[in-house]
Design a protein around this ligand. Structure first.
Ligand SMILES: [Zn+2]
Ligand SMILES: [Zn+2]
Length: 413
């Protein structure tokens, strides 16, 4: 809220542009403070900083010539300012990461340029104009590098050899295969989920409620399943232009079996399987539970595989190499879950999965319709940090290919 009201206020105050920077723009899984970069002519800077510092809700400011920090009950928000002719350098500088910027500084130095203080110059002081990030990278003989890739972890070398990926974007997503209705712990009806997914332009969605032993506030019992299916069929009759899949997020039990029996599972269009508890098991036992589920012919997707919680827990230390090998050979997808409490797999792990030949899905795992778009956006941002391209992701494909993906594994039952 503060950010959007700050943007509104700031635009009225005469910015050319205002962009989130820092870890927020890089889609880091946990963001300490929010940073914004305002682009405006130098003569406007003093007024803009004063206006920003006076924003409602804001308290305790810390101000310099080119930035001001306001402290809010939910964290600090810093506004940096730059002028239009240095916008590219300032965007790169404030977006980071620190390691990426440091490597660019060295690269600039080798070209007789100096990248310091959010500006690019030649020799001691002669400013080099770079109005956009494209201009900035071009001056360093590089193509544009997307913010999500700027980790300082090889992206500059890859960019200079022309090997950057064609990153997935939200526009590539054709459906959402993981969400909860009020049949389990979601807040909305199936009809509401369908209409929200339609508004996003999706071609399909899967409603995937929790099975009976899940540690959620409400679950789908075996007796609920046929009743839910009847409702799904009714909703389908009243719906055009989008395919509604009846799915389930079934719990993987302590022995690696599934919470629903095969006859019940076979009736679903798609089966997601997940661990929602560690049951006191160490990594080896958790790995075995996952492997048994991955080898089950009715399991199509493993959701939030690490069970991590950004900024709180790294999740399971399972043997991901074995899981990925099994997932690739059995035709089981692994998920990037966009719920803020998951963001799981994270980018680095998703990248390893793809390298092992695993198909990914990117899902919202939403429990209320308002979050459907946002959590997919988080999922895509997380995927972009993992260099993921559209062809790696099942739900960038049409519904027929999704159904064929399920059918191929079931054929080996
Ligand atoms: Zn789950
Ligand atoms: Zn879920």
């Amino acid at each position: 809220m503060l950010v959007s009201s700050a943007i509104g206020e700031a635009q009225r105050a005469g910015f050319v542009a205002l962009t989130p920077v820092g870890s927020l723009r890089r889609f880091a899984p946990a963001v300490g403070g929010v940073s914004l970069l305002g682009i405006a002519p130098q003569v406007r800077h003093a007024d803009l900083l004063t206006a920003f510092a006076r924003l409602t809700e804001a308290a305790a400011t810390d101000q310099s010539d080119s930035s001001v920090t306001v402290t809010t009950p939910r964290g600090a928000v810093t506004l940096h300012l730059t002028s239009p002719d240095q916008a590219g350098a300032a965007l790169v500088w404030h977006t980071g990461s620190r390691a990426h910027v440091k490597q660019l500084q060295a690269r600039a130095g080798r070209r007789g340029l100096r990248f310091a203080g959010a500006a690019l110059s030649r020799a001691a002081s002669e400013a080099v104009a770079c109005a956009s990030e494209h201009d900035f990278y071009a001056l360093l003989d590089l193509p544009y590098i997307a913010p999500e890739l700027r980790s300082g972890d090889g992206e500059i070398e890859t960019a200079s050899s022309g090997g950057l990926p064609t990153l997935i974007s939200e526009a590539d997503i054709r459906g959402d295969l993981h969400m909860h209705s009020s049949w389990s712990d979601g807040q909305n009806s199936i009809a509401d989920l369908v209409s929200a997914a339609r508004q996003l332009g999706y071609e399909y969605l899967a409603v995937t409620d929790h099975s009976q032993h899940a540690w959620s506030s409400r679950q789908l019992t075996t007796r609920d399943v046929p009743r839910q299916r009847t409702e799904i069929e009714e909703v389908r009759l009243g719906t055009q232009g989008i395919e509604l899949l009846h799915g389930v997020e079934v719990d993987i039990m302590p022995d690696g079996s599934l919470d629903f029996d095969d006859d019940l599972l076979r009736g679903f269009d798609i089966v997601l399987a997940s661990l929602h508890d560690a049951a006191g098991h160490g990594a080896a036992r958790l790995t075995e539970r996952y492997l048994r589920a991955i080898h089950h012919p009715l399991v199509n997707v493993i959701t939030h595989p690490a069970n991590r919680s950004p900024a709180h827990s790294d999740g399971y230390a399972v043997d991901f190499d074995r899981l990925f090998a099994a997932a690739a050979s059995t035709g089981t997808a692994m998920e990037i879950d966009g719920a803020p409490g998951h963001l799981d797999m994270d980018g680095a792990l998703a990248r390893r999965a793809v390298a092992a030949g695993v198909t990914l899905v990117i899902d919202s795992d939403c429990h209320r319709v308002e979050a459907l778009a946002r959590q997919m956006q988080f999922g895509v941002g997380t995927a972009r940090r993992g260099w993921i391209e559209p062809q790696h992701v099942l739900n960038t494909r049409g519904i027929d290919e999704v159904r064929a993906f399920v059918a191929r594994k079931r054929a080996h039952a």
